[in-house]
Design a protein around this ligand. Structure first.
Ligand code: SAM
Length: 304
């Protein structure tokens, strides 16, 4: 712990990237210009950074994968806490800036690439073989938040948790419980793999440039195993998708498209048999109820 109680993650205040003054200096020094198309909104607030890193629970036995390090605001804090940091950045103009910042810190590695195109299993095998656990920690580019998170979850990477800054509405949808308008296929998918927890809401004033949307930090703690009994994951998720295709329609209407019109009556019988009223809407169903429907459909041979 540093002399300043860890407030600056063991770094002298003058070296911190995430202040308005320092960020502007770095941008000017390297002649950097922001690309909106890459979701470049850099953090300039140390308090938010502390909250993000604290939520990940890193220590000197653990590793961190950062997606989109920008000019290194969050990377610095990860480097001060974790045994190993690998940061994947798509924008080649940022690579030399990060190289200068982390010169002499061999436990920080910057990989130039698009996280959506990288073989993450291979990356993990190469970069994190020596650490006990790995977290993904990032201020994500908002234009690709969901594809990035779904890739991390669906590839079943050996992660302890994911702590990310994302658009507030998306965080709320991920953490939503059945019955509300935020609950949908994204909530089911995220909660199948993780236990979500919104860490804090974040005002748009803590970024340069300021985004047009509100943000939140969400922690996704990876489950050891799914919370429901599903025999065919792909089938389960196709049923979930089908149940939300037209949110205002009843479950029975949405699922008829999945099972075929000729099976409409049998579908109602089957749902009633499971204790699920066919006139309910998808947004009221729990993960468990979707699992029961998936198992029953498989027994009927309804694969969609
Ligand atoms: N971590 C920095 C911070 O908090 O100040 C920057 C965060 S900024 C919201 C998002 C970063 O992700 C940018 O540096 C952007 O260039 C990068 N990025 C965008 N799309 C990416 C992708 N597909 N793969 C890797 N990095 C990406």
């Amino acid at each position: 712990m540093s002399a300043n109680n860890g407030q600056n993650a063991g770094m002298p205040a003058a070296a911190l990237v995430a202040t308005p003054k320092r960020t502007k200096e770095i941008i000017a020094k390297y002649g950097f210009s922001f690309k909106k198309s890459l979701g470049q909104n850099f953090l300039i607030d140390q308090n938010i950074l502390h909250k993000i890193v604290e939520a990940a629970g890193l220590d000197e036995t653990k590793g961190a994968l950062e997606i989109g390090p920008g000019i290194g605001a969050l990377t610095q804090h990860l480097a001060a806490q974790a045994a190993k940091v690998t940061a994947v950045e798509i924008d080649n103009r940022l690579i030399p800036i990060l190289g200068d910042l982390f010169e002499g810190e061999p436990h920080v590695e910057v990989v130039h690439g698009d996280v959506l195109k990288l073989d993450l299993k291979q990356l993990f095998a190469e970069k994190f073989a020596d650490v006990a656990k790995v977290s993904v920690v990032a201020n994500l580019p908002y234009y690709v938040t969901t594809p990035i998170l779904m890739k991390l979850l669906e590839e079943k990477l050996p992660l302890e948790n994911i702590v990310v800054m994302i658009q507030k509405e998306v965080a709320e949808r991920m953490a939503a419980k059945p019955g509300g308008k935020e609950y949908g296929s994204l909530s089911v998918a995220v909660q199948y793999y993780c236990v979500p927890e919104i860490v804090c809401a974040v005002p748009h004033t803590v970024f340069i440039p300021q985004p047009n949307v509100d943000s939140a930090v969400i922690k996704l703690a990876l489950r050891d195993k799914p919370p429901v009994d599903v025999t065919d994951e792909d089938h389960y998720f196709r049923i979930v998708q089908a149940s939300f295709v037209q949110r205002r329609k009843t479950l029975s209407n949405n699922l008829t498209a999945f099972v075929g019109k000729e099976n409409r009556e049998r579908l109602s019988e089957l749902l009633n048999g499971l204790g699920i009223d066919p006139v309910r809407r998808g947004e009221t169903l729990s993960l468990d109820e979707f699992a029961a429907i998936s198992r029953a459909f498989l027994t009927e041979g309804w694969r969609g």
